[in-house]
Design a protein around this ligand. Structure first.
Ligand SMILES: NC(=O)C1=CN([C@@H]2O[C@H](COP(=O)(O)OP(=O)(O)OC[C@H]3O[C@@H](n4cnc5c(N)ncnc54)[C@H](OP(=O)(O)O)[C@@H]3O)[C@@H](O)[C@H]2O)C=CC1
Ligand SMILES: O=C(O)[C@@H]1CCC=N1
Length: 276
């Protein structure tokens, strides 16, 4: 655990998930600064996690050793320019979770080539079960890498990727990934209701099944494919169901979906890079 101050710039969904996970890990909310234009959001974060809140981004940055940029990509340029002078005072490590926002663009807006770590977390960070991809710009020291990893490891599993481009792949896989699993849960729940179960029963059984399958996948040395085979009795019920999913080519569908997310991250990067 660190006692240094982390400033969250933007206090929306992803910031809230990270703050919740850090506080659950033992971080003192008072060492977490948060700035956001919405007073009601700041109040909620303060009441729930004890964080220090700021209406002005520069005030949140002052005194912080680490900046966690949790803005929507389109807000990045304006806000980085706004905080550049305050950030230059202590040269904090800058960690950006923003999809598609290149390290080079962040350095350009902040000025002076600060060390940047791009992190791609996901919302399960809220329950300390996040999956987080990391990439460091060449300016990040070994200490800086360790510092970023320590923060993010508090909220989940971390993996460094070799190239910045691969952060777009992480975005398409695990950044957006919780939404894919939630959609699957919604569909399974609806299927249960269509077979005559009441809504609450269908939802509870769906969620517990997802949890059980994920726990088995984590704890087993066998890959998911082998675990699937063990559910699938020859000539049984699962086989009949899987025939439909495989006929619809779920694998190809998943690849198309992930490619679309990956493509979108690239579009965001290109648009931002063209404006430099
Ligand atoms: N949500 C997710 O699952 C994940 C998101 N990310 C990344 O995290 C980033 C944030 O996403 P998410 O949390 O979902 O989005 P949100 O819109 O929930 O959060 C962004 C927050 O920044 C606030 N904001 C707007 N303008 C400013 C400003 N000038 N200064 C400070 N704060 C400002 C927004 O306020 P307002 O609403 O009023 O605009 C909002 O509260 C994105 O770049 C996304 O790519 C990465 C991984 C997963
Ligand atoms: O949908 C998005 O753009 C963000 C990035 C990954 C998850 N949410």
């Amino acid at each position: 655990m660190t006692t240094s101050t982390i400033a969250f710039i933007g206090g929306g969904n992803m910031a809230t998930s990270l703050i919740a996970g850090l506080v659950a890990d033992g971080y003192d909310g008072a060492t977490l600064n948060v700035s956001d234009p919405r007073p009601e959001r700041l109040e909620l974060l303060h009441n729930r996690y004890g964080v220090a809140t700021f209406a002005r981004n520069s005030d949140a940055v002052a005194g912080a050793d680490t900046l966690l940029l949790c803005l929507k990509p389109l807000q990045a340029a304006e806000v980085c320019r706004e905080i550049a002078a305050a950030a230059a005072v202590r040269s904090p490590l800058v960690i950006s979770v923003m999809a598609g926002v290149p390290e080079q663009a962040l350095q350009y807006w902040l000025g002076g080539q600060p060390p940047i770590v791009r992190a791609m977390p996901n919302t399960p960070a809220m329950v300390q079960t996040g999956a987080i991809g990391l990439h460091a710009s060449p300016e990040v020291s070994e200490d800086g890498r360790n510092h970023a990893e320590t923060i993010l490891r508090a909220v989940g599993l971390t993996r460094w990727v070799a190239t910045e481009d691969q952060i777009d792949a992480v975005t398409a896989l695990s950044g957006s990934g919780p939404a894919y699993f939630f959609l699957f849960m919604e569909a399974l729940e609806e299927a249960g209701i269509s077979l005559g179960l009441d809504g609450e029963t269908a939802r509870l059984l769906t969620i517990q099944t997802a949890l059980g399958a994920a726990k088995m996948a984590v704890e087993s040395t066998d890959p998911p494919g082998r675990l699937r085979e063990r559910v699938t009795s020859p000539g049984g019920t699962t086989e009949r169901a899987l025939e439909h999913l495989l006929k619809a080519d779920l694998h190809a569908l998943m690849k198309r979906a992930a490619r679309a997310a990956h493509h979108r991250a690239g579009e965001i990067s290109r648009d931002l890079s063209e404006s430099l």
